[in-house]
Unconditional design. Structure first.
Length: 216
């Protein structure tokens, strides 16, 4: 019975001494992470104890606090900055330690990226070869100012804000003009009938139909 009591007493003393030794090795490390050029605090920096899964993240003002052991290596990392390391010395006389960690800006050079409007380079080359490039600015201006092309653009292009405003004001004006009476009908307008007869005699409708057939 005495031997068992002595063994238990020895184990209790050994575990107590071991806990005291472990507590003595633990360090409460607190500090702030700042930039190297302007000493501004860096928010949300990852602080990791190397070769472990333990770590913390600094707050919005760059402040952090972590419990580590002597000779542990702390790794500081943040997007846009180079990684920095700090080794906790084993010559500390107290269990609390303050630190100001500086991070340097890291310039990242990305490789060149070529973007094509075609799925493959071969299709892009083929389309580029078939591209009709005008000889000079005069040819380009003539093609852009072609009456037929301008008419197609005018028929398909939606009205902008100014045109919508004018159209609405025109509609309101016609309403006020015919207020209290029947609105005028263009089918009885002699000027419109005169324009229709002139276009019919000149063959404008036939030319328009021919252009539509050529497009199809």
């Amino acid at each position: 019975m005495k031997k068992c009591f002595a063994a238990l007493l020895f184990l209790a003393c050994f575990s107590a001494s071991g806990q005291q030794a472990d507590n003595h090795e633990l360090i409460q490390l607190s500090g702030i992470v700042v930039t190297g050029d302007s000493l501004h605090p860096i928010p949300f920096v990852n602080i990791l104890i190397k070769n472990s899964y333990r770590g913390v993240v600094s707050d919005y003002y760059g402040f952090f606090s972590i419990v580590a052991k002597e000779k542990d290596t702390l790794e500081f990392s943040s997007v846009g900055f180079s990684k920095a390391y700090f080794i906790i010395p084993d010559t500390l006389t107290e269990q609390r330690y303050s630190l100001i960690q500086v991070l340097r800006s890291d310039t990242i050079l990305l490789p060149e990226a070529l973007i094509y409007p075609w799925p493959t380079k071969e299709q892009f080359k083929e389309a580029f070869i078939r591209l009709r490039v005008p000889g000079d600015d005069l040819d380009r201006a003539k093609r852009n100012l072609d009456k037929y092309n301008l008419s197609l653009i005018g028929e398909t292009m939606p009205m902008d804000g100014t045109m919508n405003y004018r159209e609405q004001m025109k509609y309101r004006s016609n309403e006020f003009y015919s207020s209290g009476q029947l609105p005028p009908y263009t089918i009885l307008d002699p000027i419109a009938w005169g324009k229709f007869i002139d276009m019919w005699k000149s063959g404008a409708f036939k030319k328009k139909d021919k252009k539509l057939k050529d497009e199809n």
